[in-house]
Design a protein around this ligand. Structure first.
Ligand code: SF4
Length: 160
């Protein structure tokens, strides 16, 4: 049995920027939960951001760039929330390290949790390839991050 960090919003917690949860992965997560321990975590809430909160996007780069100060994260109210998002990523990593977690399933397209795609910073509903800041930090530490569509693949990885 492995421990797997899962975006709290995927597990039904109403922690998204709009005060809602993220649906669509319940069946796959149930398959994962039948064999492994799931650890729900929301980096943005852990960092002390309120719910609901302004939608935020990465501007000027990707999650990796945010971590080295070359890109920033701003809300649709134009407030810079980079510091809080980086703090949330660091708390996610600390939780993984404290619990021996080496795998995560995180919500796609979020500026924190996106692993394949993130919104492009224009607030026009457009995405581009790239990772959010939490995914980038976890990946740098060797933690494998999957999106909800990859849960069956993760199950095969954990069996191998
Ligand atoms: Fe979900 Fe991640 Fe956004 Fe929290 S930061 S609401 S866990 S996508």
């Amino acid at each position: 049995m492995a421990r797997v960090m899962v975006s709290a919003c995927l597990m039904g917690q109403p922690v998204r920027y709009d005060g809602r949860s993220k649906s669509g992965a319940a069946l796959a997560l149930a398959r994962l939960q039948a064999e492994h321990e799931l650890v729900p975590f929301c980096p943005e809430v852990a960092a002390g951001l309120p719910t609901p909160r302004p939608a935020a996007e990465i501007q000027g780069g990707l999650g990796d760039d945010v971590l080295i100060g070359k890109a920033r994260i701003v809300g649709d109210d134009q407030v810079d929330v980079t510091e809080a998002f980086v703090a949330g990523a660091q708390q996610a990593l600390a939780q993984c390290q404290a619990m021996g977690i080496r795998y995560a399933v995180l919500t796609e397209a979020s500026p924190s949790c996106g692993s394949q795609r993130i919104y492009d910073g224009t607030f026009q509903g457009q995405t581009r390839s790239g990772q959010g800041v939490t995914t980038a930090l976890l990946s740098q530490a060797g933690i494998q991050v999957f999106n909800p569509q990859q849960i069956d693949y993760l199950l095969s990885v954990l069996v191998a």
